[in-house]
Design a protein around this ligand. Structure first.
Ligand code: SF4
Length: 427
């Protein structure tokens, strides 16, 4: 049923329920999923609304449990109407570990429903209400018409090499065909870079205890002061700067601040940390940083297509591992490496995170997540340096490692995939 049909069938009172299944339910309280649902239903936007308004949405609905959607008033009490459910929907296995269902009732009868899969990094897929299959997006269907289509990392390398194009030029040509001018794409990338930088600054300038009840103390500010005063060890090339930048971002994430999903919120610190470190060391131009982000996004898209960027699906290898691969390839791009070296750096970034579990304590994205981004940033820089010091030839391809990553994720026990029922989450 669509909204127009609803207008005809509608009687008196409308009421909405939201069902959260699987990992969304198991870690949703710690992840702030209920707050995010309330913000979305209140028509707030993750990019354009203030974080204060976003986090005020749930208390507002608790006080006045009424939504206004498309001119209709709908009853919705967050404590009663958000249902935290387990691993089956209608007695069937879930289509994805992060599944949610919205149901609209009139006079206790369901008049409209929609099931959504949260597949990582803010991406969602809808289930067809009739067939229960995933619906493809219009953009998916237009991929075949691109001037430089690629499905695998090997295709991408081949497209760049055979057409004698830089990876960012190739992506910009594809984007133009999809209706996004290069000016639009670069303006968007600029906004992403600005948000990443603001997030680092906010993290480096805030102290205190993170919310959620674990009593985790923010450390980035104090550590940065120590770096600035020269009182941190620099032996063995261990510059703490990238680690502290990553921690600054992930502390902001844990405190409900504005971050860039890269590819997810849990792994949002690593790319800003690597890019800022290289910008400072090499005085990189804005355009070079944008090009690095384009390469990083290609790697993220390849992982999303062939494995997963969801901790609930494949563990933390899909979040911090993916972010490490994205940052490593982006770093090689920004430092003038070849497309083969970019692919090699991305492969190393994933390879050395294979099997990494997701076991956040209390479902809060704090322990092990904050330090995990710090470690991932250092690994990404190392992978980039190793790739740049070689000629790009290597035995295991990025495509192969993605296949292994997916298989490893499928074999991983559910308790290590964002459920907070195993590993470090048990304390
Ligand atoms: S452990 Fe990794 S995948 Fe799990 S919530 Fe933390 S950052 Fe995300």
């Amino acid at each position: 049923m669509n909204w127009a049909d609803l207008q005809e069938k509608k009687t008196n009172e409308l009421q909405l329920t939201v069902e959260l299944y699987g990992s969304l339910s198991a870690t949703g309280k710690g992840h702030g999923t209920d707050g995010a649902v309330c913000a979305g239903l209140s028509a707030l936007h993750p990019r354009h609304s203030s974080t204060m308004d976003i986090w005020a949405a749930m208390p507002r609905l608790v006080e006045k449990p009424l939504l206004s959607i498309a001119g209709e008033e709908i009853n919705f009490q967050p404590e009663k109407d958000i249902h935290w459910l387990a691993w089956q929907m209608d007695e069937l296995a879930l289509p994805h570990p992060n599944t949610m269902r919205f149901r609209l009732y009139a006079e206790n009868k369901i008049i409209l429903e929609m099931s959504i899969l949260s597949v990582g990094g803010g991406f969602v897929e809808k289930l067809d209400p009739k067939t229960g299959a995933k619906q493809s997006s219009a953009e998916d269907e237009r991929i075949a018409d691109l001037p430089h289509p690629f499905h695998t990392a090997a295709d991408f390398v081949k497209q760049c090499t055979e057409n004698n194009k830089t990876p960012w030029e190739l992506v910009l040509l594809n984007q133009e065909k999809l209706g996004h001018s290069r000016q639009e794409v670069r303006a968007h990338l600029d906004a992403v870079l600005d948000t990443m930088d603001s997030c680092i600054e906010a993290g480096l300038n805030t102290e205190g205890i993170l919310p959620g009840g674990l009593n985790v103390r923010r450390r980035a500010k104090e550590l940065f002061k120590r770096i600035e005063s020269g009182s941190t060890p620099e032996w063995a090339g261990n510059d703490l700067r990238p680690s502290v930048y990553a921690m600054a971002v992930n502390e902001e994430n844990a405190a409900g601040g504005r971050v860039v999903t890269a590819p997810t919120n849990g792994s949002s610190g690593l790319i800003p940390a690597v890019f800022r470190t290289l910008k400072e060391k090499h005085n990189l131009s804005r355009e070079t940083l944008q090009n690095g982000l384009i390469v990083a996004s290609v790697i993220g898209a390849l992982v999303k297509t062939h494995a997963s960027i969801s901790g609930a699906e494949v563990g933390c290898q899909g979040e911090v591992g993916t972010s490490c691969a994205m940052a490593a390839a982006g770093a090689v791009a920004m430092l003038g490496g070849s497309i083969q070296q970019m692919e090699q750096a991305a492969e190393m970034g994933i390879e050395h995170h294979l099997g990494m579990t997701c076991d956040p304590i209390k479902g809060l994205v704090q322990i092990p997540c904050i330090e995990r981004n710090a470690m991932g940033a250092v690994k990404a820089l190392n992978a980039a340096a190793l790739a740049l010091a070689s000629d790009g030839s290597h035995l295991i391809s990025l495509d192969r490692v993605l296949k292994v990553m997916k298989e490893t994720g499928l074999d991983m026990n559910q308790k290590y995939k964002e459920t907070s029922t195993g590993g470090l989450a048990l304390g």
